[in-house]
Design a protein around this ligand. Structure first.
Ligand code: 7TS
Length: 406
């Protein structure tokens, strides 16, 4: 870990001037370094204007910065074409865009969409809505209780009726990293399109859309040090080109008459109205920050924290960890402490400044499979420390003792 200086990293995050804060909820959203906050503030303070409109310097500067952010995103996921990057409000909006602009337009009764039981609700509900409206059948790759996908029946689940396979890259509950390349290869055999939900994985792993050869991929800026309100839909340009817009309005048209309109080129066709300019610029700054440290260094550091946390948590009596038994996993640990409701436990931890999430993590099918209503979830990012893991474990032991004594 010699090249990775966590103290220097922490000093970039204004929130950590509060030394008592132990922030272990980065899977929900990450804290922001001053470089991102400053980039957003600089835009609002010094060159704020709308994009794609004015023939004046400020607007041109804003447009340039907005475009540069898009190019940074394209480079970050190794897309060779900036037109493949659609700015959205977040992963949820990216998935809904495809559900509206592609699925509702191209699928018919009896066609099938294949997802997994491991999905976040945002990769379940949009497809349920499509299924309800179109008669499409929604099928699920099952999960094992150890937090992995059960791919043993993938050949039966994929049929010539399967038109889309949409899969979470890294589970926001188990931390499991799914074998998405293998799943994409299977999907291609039946000519299904593929959609990868990279909301968790993008934060610490090299996601390469050319290597994956997926058709769509989505993620959120706020989970990777960027602002809220900005997300990305990657789509293969020819596919995006063939799709009709999700929303109508300014900026997404080529021409408008009283009777009809024609569409702008991609990606603008999918960005109706004034976009989230400041947020996109902030996302660009977040990518610069991540690149400066190096995504592989971030990954190594998170794996180091994960291994320490797993070892220490496993040593705590009556604590059940969900997942992390076989295969690849990262950054997220869900667990329960026998006899303590996760919400009570989260409140106890909060009293000592430890922020963890308690709940179903927008993944109720996983909770059903595990036979629990909720779990505690601790998630790590580049600014967390071994000391914080020690504090978490010490508090868990203290809380367990307290509840035993009741
Ligand atoms: N997909 C995954 C894998 C996620 O973890 C999340 C958010 C989303 C999609 C939705 O992202 P959004 O930015 O559009 O909301 N996950 C979580 C979480 O685990 N706790 O809070 C939000």
């Amino acid at each position: 870990m010699s090249k990775f200086d966590v103290n220097k990293i922490r000093s970039d995050f204004p929130v950590f001037t509060d030394k008592s804060l132990v922030y272990l909820d980065s899977a929900a959203t990450t804290q922001k370094p001053k470089q991102v906050i400053d980039a957003v503030s600089d835009f609002y303070s010094n060159y704020y204007a709308n994009v794609h409109r004015g023939i004046y310097e400020l607007s041109m500067k804003a447009t340039e910065a907005y475009h540069s952010a898009r190019q940074k995103v394209a480079n970050f996921i190794n897309s060779s074409d900036w037109r493949s990057i659609v700015f959205t409000g977040g992963t949820t909006e990216s998935i809904n865009l495809v559900a509206y602009s592609w699925a509702r337009k191209n699928l018919k009764t009896g066609d099938e969409i294949l997802i997994t039981e491991m999905e976040h609700h945002s990769n379940i509900v949009p497809w349920q809505l499509v299924a309800k409206e179109t008669g499409v059948i929604l099928k699920y790759i099952p999960i094992n209780t150890n937090g992995t996908l059960d791919l043993s029946n993938i050949d039966e689940l994929l049929t010539n009726k399967t038109k889309l396979v949409s899969v979470i890259h890294q589970s926001n509950v188990f931390g499991t990293i799914n074998p998405i390349k293998k799943i994409i290869t299977h999907a291609k055999r039946v000519n299904a399109l593929t959609f990868i939900d990279a909301a968790q994985s993008i934060t610490h792993s090299q996601v390469d859309v050319q290597d994956l050869d997926c058709d769509f991929l989505a993620f959120s800026g706020h989970k990777m040090l960027g602002p809220t309100g900005i997300g990305v839909l990657y789509g293969k340009p020819e596919l995006l080109d063939s799709m009709t817009p999700f929303m109508g309005g300014g900026d997404m048209i080529n021409s408008v008459t009283m009777t009809k309109s024609t569409w702008n080129d991609i990606p603008y066709k999918f960005e109706a109205g004034t976009p989230n300019i400041a947020q996109a610029i902030g996302l660009g700054a977040a990518i610069d920050y991540i690149n400066e440290i190096g995504i592989s260094n971030i990954h190594k550091y998170i794996q180091h924290l994960l291994n320490i946390a797993l070892e220490k948590l496993r040593a705590i009596d009556k604590l059940t960890i969900y997942g992390h038994q076989v295969g690849e996993s990262s950054s997220v640990i869900s667990f329960n402490l026998e006899g303590v409701h996760p919400h009570d436990l989260a409140q106890f931890l909060d009293q000592d400044g430890i922020a963890v999430r308690a709940g179903h993590h927008c993944a109720q099918p996983i909770m059903d499979k595990l036979g629990v209503s909720s779990t505690i979830r601790a998630s790590f990012y580049l600014y967390n420390t071994e000391k914080e893991i020690d504090k978490l474990c010490a508090n868990l032991i203290k809380t367990a003792k307290f509840f035993k004594g009741l």
